[in-house]
Design a protein around this ligand. Structure first.
Ligand code: KG4
Ligand code: ZN
Length: 378
């Protein structure tokens, strides 16, 4: 039986988890996450200096809380792990320094874990009952805010990159389009909520890089940007719509907003002449992303002749993506494993899981191993 304590501080979430397991099963003793979304919101993006300062504040508190919840002392932990990349350098340094310090101080092994391996293994967290390193070969779709990639997983630590985004990640596209629509952050859940009941065929948006194993979402984002002036309303008493309203409402004059007017201040809150325009736009945008993710994942699974597809990362919280991926897999007789929603967004349980599997496979890292903000998986 091994007990692993892991820290995740690669971006704007501070997280600590304690996982205990052997070859017959595992028990998650604690998983604590402190989100910093509110601290960065007013800057319109993540400020690395603020992120690392907050990690310094939260990490010791979460360590304390995790040990209390797990009802163990740190001296009972067998190995300490931390995310060592990819991510923000000054954030990665906090988690890895704490894990290394504990490992050195208590004379225990240290494991440097790739954040993407954490996501990639998260769908088998609950189901992989052997507890060992018996990971079934699969094609894994990792869709987060920072990454979109398809990976052929042969076994633990044997990964081959099939394709990746050449520009924006899927989550990034959700966030940027949500920002254009003046919806909140993170954009994925906002767009998913607004898309409910919408007509996903109303707006014809591009599905890029057809026939390639790579992804590109920047063209889709640009297509939405060009579409907006035609369908949105800038609340300056000016109303524009694809179909002019039958009777102009008092106080509104109906005319199209020019591209230049719209571009002058893209942060201006938008309104739509009718509620269904926003709903249909969100549904059409979401469907454009889902179509590409589903088609490329299924093509990769068939090419590599695997009978298992896994999906992880923040975007895999999306219910419509899960539903359509499940349908497509079942049509081809392929099993689909998804991570539970709380495991999809950044957390330390997935890092502890990767560390436990690696520890049981006899791997450990040197405490001299440095962080790598651009660490690749394969
Ligand atoms: O994996 P994650 O927590 O962070 C990174 O490692 O990047 O993913 C965060 C991303 C954000 O871009 C967020 O908008 C997206 O996941 N996301 C979603 C949904 N929930 C979170 N995208 C689409 N639909 C959702 N329901
Ligand atoms: Zn992540």
């Amino acid at each position: 039986m091994n007990t692993v304590l892991a820290l995740e501080t690669s971006c704007d979430e501070t997280a600590v988890a304690i996982l205990r397991g052997d070859r017959s099963g595992r028990e998650l003793l604690a998983s604590e996450v402190a989100s910093q979304v509110a601290a960065h919101e007013k800057y319109g993006g993540i400020v690395p200096e603020i992120a690392s300062r907050n990690h310094l504040i939260y990490a010791p508190r979460l360590l304390d809380r995790a040990a209390n919840v797990a009802k163990i002392g740190v001296w009972e932990v067998d190995a300490f792990a931390a995310t060592s990349g990819p991510g923000l350098a000054s954030s990665l340094m906090i988690g890895t320094s704490i894990a290394k310090g504990l490992a050195i101080g208590l004379g225990k092994p240290y494991l440097a874990i790739n954040h993407l391996e954490g996501h990639l293994l998260s769908p088998v967290f609950g189901t992989e009952k052997n507890g060992g390193n018996e990971i079934k070969p699969n094609v894994s779709l990792v869709v987060s805010g920072g990454h979109t990639m398809l990976v052929l997983v042969r076994r633990l630590a044997d990964y081959q990159l099939i394709g990746r985004t050449v520009d924006d990640a899927a989550g990034e596209a959700f966030d940027k389009v949500a920002k254009m629509l003046a919806l909140g952050y993170p954009g994925g859940p906002e767009i998913e909520n607004h898309a409910r009941g919408g007509d996903s065929k109303r707006f014809d948006l591009p599905r890029s890089m057809h026939g390639s194993e790579n992804f590109s979402f920047s063209g889709l984002k640009t297509a939405v940007r060009y579409l907006l002036p035609k369908i949105a309303v800038i609340p300056s008493g000016v109303e524009a719509a694809t179909r002019p309203p039958k009777a102009a409402r008092p106080g509104f004059q109906s005319r199209s907003v020019t591209e230049r007017e719209f571009q002058r201040d893209p942060s201006t809150p938008l309104r739509f002449a009718r509620d269904d325009v926003l709903r249909d736009l969100c549904a059409s945008f979401q469907q454009a992303i889902i179509d590409v993710l589903v088609a490329k994942t299924l093509a990769a699974a068939q090419k590599h002749a695997v009978d298992l597809v896994t999906v992880s990362g923040g975007v895999s919280c999306n219910q419509e993506l899960r539903r359509q991926l499940r349908e497509a897999c079942s049509r081809k007789g392929i099993e689909l494993k998804t991570a539970e929603p709380w495991l999809c967004t950044d957390n330390a349980a997935m890092i502890a899981f990767a560390a436990l599997l690696r520890l049981q496979a006899g791997c450990e890292s040197q405490v001299t191993e440095e962080i790598d903000p651009n660490l690749v998986l394969a």
